[in-house]
Design a protein. Structure first.
Length: 373
């Protein structure tokens, strides 16, 4: 590109920290660096016009994991690992709320519910039976009982008689959250360049050479915070996972408020004011949804609409306003990857669909690692 001296000098020279990805992790990482190193030159490169992964495309759940999801995690993680995962999610949400304020992100703690379809009778009965065990497991993290049995007072149909309630869950407005983070970053003299995709990088005599879709530059330290797109940059432990979502037009007298989980967390819905947001369904076709390309499929969109009509809003007329998808980063393990990949190159990725809960914490941790290395 044809840059002037002024542009080169102000934007592309003597970069101390270059962060790939302007989502919740990347912005929190940049803000932590600025807090620790007020004079550092920090540049964020974002391949999209807006953050393209999941930071502005998620459902806005401030959650820790439904009981069926936690039981599922116990099959592949130790009890201590599951406790640590929930603890990190709690810490991450507290960090997010403290950094931005509940009013700014429209945080509402209305609680979260899990419901089970008629076909899920076995899982439903196991979850009811193991509530005391899981409450005991998480008691030290939450300083209280997390899960309890609740009545179906919302008019849901074709589900098991009881719901399981978690009083600690909340919801946020992720658009407001990201706007506040961007505003805070700009106020702290953190440079953000959009529509610039990082294609490769390598060690050089002066630090790290970074090739992008628009220009090349030299930086002292490189931090990868792209999560769902991490595999594009050679981080094979992270696989992309597309999540499809839809939202209704406003509904008169919406029958519920709060956050809701269905089918081990593969489906989720909530109110946004007087609208209903409903997402999930990648378990219908894992292979197709293991992609970092945004898009929609009839299979999943039709299933979401069917569940809305038959289970969630069975006696309520509604219209779909819009549908979209976001890209998460998942893997065999749910623990985030926060590490130095090679000299002066770091990553904070694999948020496992819990970016709202742990993105702030992962950003802080990867910043601290890069600063002290």
């Amino acid at each position: 590109m044809n840059f002037s001296f002024w542009e080169t000098d102000s934007w592309f020279s003597n970069i101390d920290y270059c962060i790939v990805g302007s989502g919740i992790t990347g912005l929190n990482c940049a803000l932590k660096i600025r807090e620790s190193e007020p004079e550092a030159k920090v540049l964020i490169l974002e391949k999209g016009m807006l953050p393209e992964g999941a930071s502005t495309k998620n459902a806005g759940f401030a959650c820790f994991g439904s009981i069926s999801e936690i039981l599922d995690d116990l099959k592949t993680h130790s009890r201590q690992e599951v406790v640590q995962l929930c603890e990190k999610r709690k810490m991450g949400l507290e960090l997010l709320r403290n950094n931005l304020g509940d009013d700014i992100i429209d945080y509402q703690e209305k609680g979260g519910y899990e419901l089970f379809t008629e076909a899920d009778k076995e899982l439903y009965e196991e979850c009811l039976l193991r509530i005391p065990e899981i409450n005991d497991l998480l008691k030290e993290v939450f300083q209280g009982e997390v899960f309890e049995i609740a009545e179906n007072k919302f008019g849901f149909k074709k589900i098991q008689p009881k719901l399981i309630f978690n009083k600690f869950e909340g919801q946020i407005d992720t658009g407001k959250m990201m706007s506040a983070l961007v505003k805070k970053a700009i106020e702290k003299d953190i440079r953000i360049l959009n529509c610039v995709e990082v294609r490769s990088f390598e060690q050089s005599t002066n630090g790290i050479s970074v090739e992008t879709s628009e220009f090349d530059l030299e930086v002292k330290k490189l931090i990868i915070a792209t999560n769902g797109f991490a595999s594009r940059l050679g981080i094979e432990e992270v696989k992309p996972a597309r999540a499809q979502v839809l939202v209704t037009k406003p509904i008169t007298d919406i029958p519920f408020k709060g956050t809701f989980h269905l089918d081990k967390g593969y489906y989720y819905f909530r109110n946004i004011g007087d609208r209903v947001l409903f997402g999930g369904g990648r378990n219908l076709d894992f292979k197709t949804e293991e992609t970092d390309e945004t898009g929609l499929t009839d299979l999943i969109q039709d299933k979401l609409k069917e569940l809305l009509e038959t289970c969630i809003l069975p006696e309520t007329d509604f219209e779909i306003q819009q549908s979209w998808s976001g890209i998460m980063g998942v893997g065999v393990q749910k623990k985030p990857i926060v590490k130095e990949l090679s000299k002066n190159i770091y990553c904070g990725v694999r948020l496992g669909g819990m970016g709202i809960a742990i993105g702030s914490l992962v950003g802080k941790e990867i910043a601290e690692l890069a600063i002290r290395s």
